[in-house]
Design a protein around this ligand. Sequence first.
Ligand SMILES: [Zn+2]
Length: 436
Amino acid sequence: MNVYQTIIDAAQAVTPEMVSVRRDFHKYAETGWLEMRTASIIARKLKDLGYEVLIGEDVCERDARMGVPSDEVLKAAYERAVSQGADPEFVKATEGGFTGVIGILRCGEGPTVGMRFDIDALGVNESTDEDHLPARDGYASVNAGSMHACGHDGHAASGLGVAAVLMQIKEHLHGTVKLIFQPGEEGLRGAKSIVEKGHLDDVDYLFGAHTTGEAADGGDVTPGSYGSLASYKYDVTFRGLAAHAGGSPHLGKNALLAAAAAVTNLYAIPRHGAGASRINVGRLIAGSGRNVIADEAFMEMEVRGDTTEINEYVSDYAKRVLESAAAMHDCTVEIKLMGAAQSLNSDEDFCEHIAAVCTEKLGMKVTEKLAIKLGGSEDVSYMLNRVQSHGGKGAFVRVRSKMTESAHKRKFDFDESYLTKVVKVFCGMTYDLMKK
Ligand SMILES: [Zn+2]
């Protein structure tokens, strides 16, 4: 029996269901830590398929979650999720922003193969123009300010397709399958909490995938990615003391001045000789009025580096600048970590393995370059680094399909053939690794 052919046929057969799930997730888009409806439906479908399901605090370490919205926002999102048809059994576990889900399939002795699918939307208002397919066909986001503008609706749906197909070929698998549905990828907020819960400690092979536009050479799959920037996101609050700007400025402690001194010096951090770095203060709010010494200043900033080490260098320097600027003006400063990613590298031999399975067993075309550079940051890096740290292997796969425009834009859309391709690659590789 040719199990690869079974996978190819099953991937086709499961496509209509994936398309409908993808459109449903698209319509009810939920941003990081608010994916309560999405997570509950994923858990329901995994359970119905026969998977062992983990959800809620069993998936994400409470204190390792970064950039969790306020209690008020979490509460409103929960009510919205329930009113929009969340699964009544599973949604309870997501309350308070615990929106990770893991599906486990145990097939006796053998390696543990992990797959990561991110499920969150972006803070974008979706286009309502007729030339935008989701708007024309009635599945544009009904949640204002939330849109799947990066394809994570497709990532989540493809994960459920993978789950369905692996269940069909279960008798041919030896080892354990772990399907990890990760919240809060945008802003690099979610992966770390799953890693810290220990879910990657026993994973021998890990892959994740991202929607990527068509390749110039017409390839379906680029097996790996490298060079994603390591990054930290910080919220910074300077606190001083208000005073009358005319009568007693000497009694005030000027938080605005501390923040301003910090900003100019942050951009003055020397470059690192070993590679590229970035720093940005994207938002700065301070003070309460013209004639008052500002008692508070708030900034949103980020640092990035080619490697984890360069990122640490910029981050340590930045913290010193922030603390010194505060001290200079007798203010205090609070630095809160809101998101983080490490640098990422796919294992070369693992990429070659994926390429071989795709071309020889699945009839897919692999791009000439087996790995491409990631311009931004991706927090799957936390998972990949954990797996690689204990000798496991992994890759962040780029699955190619046509896109209407680049990610994070209001008319972003991808060709749904993406879904079928992911199921083929992931199930083909899982079988190859677990067939004995
Ligand atoms: Zn994305």
